[in-house]
Design a protein around this ligand. Structure first.
Ligand code: NOJ
Length: 656
């Protein structure tokens, strides 16, 4: 029998590693001292030969003169139960190949590349074991290529911009991608082949952006630190997973859950974590009725908070966000971040009183920490600021990092640098320890760490409705499901029904605001308008907002195209009911929905749908509201006007 030592080391090697269903394979090659991979689906090349490489400061690119010293393969089959989210159960089925590489040089550096091949994607990462000569390294560059066709269409937002991830998606050819772009980066290779490149388990590294390298191939561009390295790490070290999601259709991408599967199981008992729907002392500031700052129009007063708690009770909404409650908003708040105090309430806001009133009425308060990116000031107070909330029974915090850069010790770092990544993680872990749930605004992008830290219930990380009033076009919410939302849930601040407010004109129809509760998932879902709008003008529409769950058992994408439209059905995790939502860009659309996915026979369908003449610009309130009995397998029709949408609640009325 051949012994391992007779086979290895190998100086030349080529092998295809197949997915469990054998439709996808990843080809690994070592030829002429170069390591490459490529990805195939249904025998078609999706990612052509692409180079791999990692450069440590002061050293040649890893690995130089590589030899393969061992290859280990295994199969893995598992169903993961998620504590909350869009799907209760997700598959974690893959074939794994671990390739151990050493260098044929006096230094004998070692590196491992771990591949996982799934039926709907490929992931790999670099693993650096402790080296003979050192235990910590500074990484200068990662040069991982993703060699997709230059002719393919790509939808991107640019990296390194002052407003972080908050841009409108633009469509280009891959060859024309001039700026570095954030991931998930979604690419249409052909009518039957879609790819999204992203990463998973980002913990101790700069975030991966993608840009064309000098060979005009899409390549990793890791966000640098201000010292121009991309990370300082201790060994053993592993990079985040490089993730290539694959689908035959655009909507096929939207339920790709590999990102979560690549993350570790929960670190501890998170049974205390509960998703939540909330209103807020918030939109009144955006429409100029109230202010964050103290003064005559101050929003976060004890009195307003109590009124909003009463409203939450009447509306049957379980949470209330209070912004502008603390010291720091006066004057130019974006500049005040170095001295913001997270323990000092405004003189007209009595936190203890408000918290007690909320408790008496069974309303959860969502606290607020706007750091403006002044990380040092926040970290100094982190422990005591969390403690202060906990002491007052507050278990949810929305944090914010407005400002174009993070500030620390007299210098600036990108939010998506290793520095930023580690700061966000510090807040998540401390919050977990104190049983606090977080909703992070101006966050680091999602890479699935919610699986390990389920107390991270939501984040922003894209243009949300605060940009309404001109900067959001109807296509935006039709881009999100295929791009940003592949990185997990988003606090889009849905449900703004006062569409024609003179300070903020909303570019949607009424029905579409309800649709968002289905099309844009968030573990903390805000009904963002002022409560009197719901109570006085839209009682009927609000019924849908109240009923729609924040936690689903199953998600079934029904139809859509990137930037055009998106229709999705979701089943409540805690009842037998289903919800369907649809949104379209500036083009009206009529679609047929086949109800074959329902699990029971009969449902009462409650429709909230654009009227035939609804239009986001000149007739946004035109809505059709009606109920009818539907049966499984029936085909129903839904109309969406320009900039519109629809929402349907399906109440199971089959005899159980
Ligand atoms: C930007 C956040 O996205 C928004 O929700 C918040 O109200 C402001 N920053 C102020 O913190």
């Amino acid at each position: 029998m051949l012994k391992l030592k007779d086979i290895f080391p190998l100086y030349s090697y080529k092998k295809d590693f197949y997915s469990p269903d054998r439709n996808v394979f990843c080809r690994f090659e070592l030829t002429n001292g170069k390591i490459t991979y490529s990805v195939y689906k249904n025998q078609t090349e999706i990612i052509a030969k692409s180079k791999l490489g990692l450069t440590i400061c002061g050293e040649p690119t890893f690995p130089k003169r590589p030899k393969i010293v061992r290859v280990r393969e295994k199969q893995h089959r598992e169903t993961i139960e998620m504590p909350w989210g869009e799907d209760q159960f997700i598959d974690n089925n893959y074939s794994e190949a671990v390739i151990f590489i050493a260098e044929d040089s006096s230094q004998e550096r070692m590196i491992t590349i771990r591949f996982r091949v799934f039926d709907n994607g490929v992931a790999f990462r670099y693993e650096v074991p402790p080296q003979p000569s050192y235990r910590q390294i500074s990484i200068k560059e990662e040069s991982t290529e993703f060699n997709v066709s230059p002719d393919a269409d790509v939808w991107s937002i640019p990296s390194y911009q002052p407003d972080r991830y908050e841009y409108n998606y633009e469509k280009h050819r891959v060859r024309d991608l001039v700026k570095s772009a954030h991931t998930p980066l979604t690419i249409k290779i052909s009518d039957s082949s879609y790819v999204s490149i992203h990463e998973a388990a980002l913990y101790d590294y700069g975030a991966m952006n993608l840009k064309l390298n000098t060979r005009h191939i899409l390549s990793s561009d890791i966000t640098p630190l201000s010292d121009q390295t991309i990370a300082h790490v201790l060994l053993p070290f592993e990079t985040p997973w490089r993730l290539i999601m694959l689908a035959d259709s655009a909507i096929g991408l939207t339920t790709n859950r590999i990102m979560y599967a690549l993350n570790d199981p929960p670190k501890g008992d998170f049974s205390w974590v509960k998703t939540i729907k909330f209103i807020g002392i918030w939109w009144a500031m955006y429409v100029g009725e109230w202010t964050w700052a103290q003064g005559e129009k101050h929003g976060a007063t004890t009195e307003h908070a109590k009124e909003y708690i009463d409203a939450a009770v009447r509306l049957s909404i379980s949470g209330l966000l209070i912004e502008g409650w603390n010291d720091g908003w006066e004057g130019d708040w974006l500049e005040n971040g170095a001295t913001t105090n997270f323990l000092r309430p405004a003189p007209d806001f009595d936190l203890e009183k408000v918290a007690n009133y909320a408790k008496k009425h069974h309303i959860e308060i969502i606290g607020h920490h706007e750091t403006v990116g002044f990380v040092d000031n926040y970290e100094k107070q982190l422990e005591s600021a969390y403690e202060y909330y906990v002491k007052n029974g507050i278990r949810y915090i929305k944090t914010g990092y407005a400002g174009s850069m993070m500030k620390t010790h007299g210098h600036e770092e990108f939010h998506h640098s290793q520095f930023g990544v580690k700061h966000y993680q510090k807040t998540v872990e401390l919050a977990a320890k104190k049983h606090i749930c977080l909703d992070i605004h101006e966050p680091i992008k999602g890479t699935g760490i919610e699986r390990t830290w389920p107390n991270l219930l939501s984040r922003e990380g894209a243009r949300g409705q605060e940009y309404e009033g001109g900067a959001i076009l109807p296509s935006h919410a039709c881009h999100l499901p295929y791009t940003r939302l592949l990185a997990g849930g988003m606090d889009y601040t849905s449900g703004i029904l006062d569409l024609q407010n003179h300070r903020k004109r909303i570019n949607t129809t009424l029905a579409r605001q309800l649709a968002y509760f289905v099309t844009i998932y968030s573990g903390m879902q805000m009904a963002a308008d002022r409560p009197f709008i719901y109570e006085e003008r839209f009682r009927d529409e609000f019924k849908f907002i109240r009923n729609v769950p924040v936690d689903f058992a199953k998600t079934i994408p029904l139809a859509g195209e990137i930037g055009e439209y998106y229709v999705v059905a979701r089943k409540d995790r805690h009842s037998f009911n289903w919800y369907i939502g649809g949104v379209t860009n500036e083009n009206a659309r009529d679609i047929n929905i086949s109800l074959g996915f329902l699990d029971d026979k009969r449902y009462r369908a409650e429709f909230y749908m654009d009227a035939p003449d609804a239009h986001y610009q000149n007739n946004p309130f035109a809505i059709q509201k009606f109920q009818k009995i539907i049966v499984k397998d029936q085909v129903i029709k839904a109309h969406m006007g320009p900039g519109g949408g629809f929402a349907i609640r399906l109440v199971n009325i089959s005899a159980k």
